[in-house]
Write a protein that binds this ligand. Structure first.
Ligand code: FMN
Length: 188
């Protein structure tokens, strides 16, 4: 079983990375193969709107570091997207990645991604009020479902600000480990 994690925070030791890592650690313990991409350390552009993926090519024609990520996801069983909440949305880094998944859609918006994959979003925010920014997940879940990812799971921590704060959130960390146990088929 292969898992691709796309990490959207510039803080490699931050809260969203920590939450994602709890899922990945348990998944690896169960035998999953994990590939992690820290977007902030990579060289890439957002979608250029060239439309070539809707006319001449079934893939994004930009030749930058995201080409490998977009291909790895097509080969994976599980996609994990992790991000801090920035101004009520995912980080700019992850949004630029997300826009590049436009290339996953055929001209009629059917999906080019092989079916049968699951996705997880790990979202963290400083605001402790869970009712704030709960609109983020449904917006991205919608498009992940268009691409055929199902189900799409949410891991969410509120009230985490500084790196390490996530370690005080046993509830969501346990939820991450439990989700890995649920989704990862133990290697024989
Ligand atoms: C540019 C910026 C914008 C932010 N916007 C929000 C916000 O809209 N709502 C919120 O609750 N926290 C906001 N935060 C706080 C982060 O979501 C919080 O510190 C989070 O734990 C960072 O996750 P990370 O450690 O994975 O980077 C913002 C932080 C930054 C740097």
């Amino acid at each position: 079983m292969k898992i691709v994690a796309v990490l959207g925070s510039p803080r490699t030791q931050g809260n969203s990375a920590g939450l994602a890592q709890r899922f990945l650690d348990m998944a690896q313990e169960l035998g999953a193969e994990v590939q992690k991409f820290f977007l902030n350390t990579m060289d890439f552009k957002g979608c250029q709107g060239c439309g070539t993926c809707k006319t001449k090519s079934a893939e994004c024609v930009l030749e930058d570091d995201l080409a490998e990520v977009l291909e790895a996801i097509k080969q994976a069983d599980i996609l994990l997207l992790a991000s801090p909440v920035y101004f009520g949305d995912i980080s700019g880094q992850l949004k630029c990645f997300f826009d590049r998944t436009y290339s996953y859609a055929n001209p009629d918006f059917t999906s080019r991604v092989p079916s049968g994959k699951k996705a997880i979003m790990a979202l963290v925010q400083a605001d402790p009020r869970a009712e704030n920014f709960n609109d983020i997940f449904p917006r991205y879940e919608r498009w992940l479902k268009v691409f055929g990812f199902a189900p799409v799971y949410l891991l969410r921590a509120t009230g985490v600000k500084d790196p390490g704060d996530i370690n005080q959130q046993a509830g969501v960390l346990n939820q991450a480990a439990a989700l890995a146990r649920e989704l990862v088929t133990p290697a024989p």
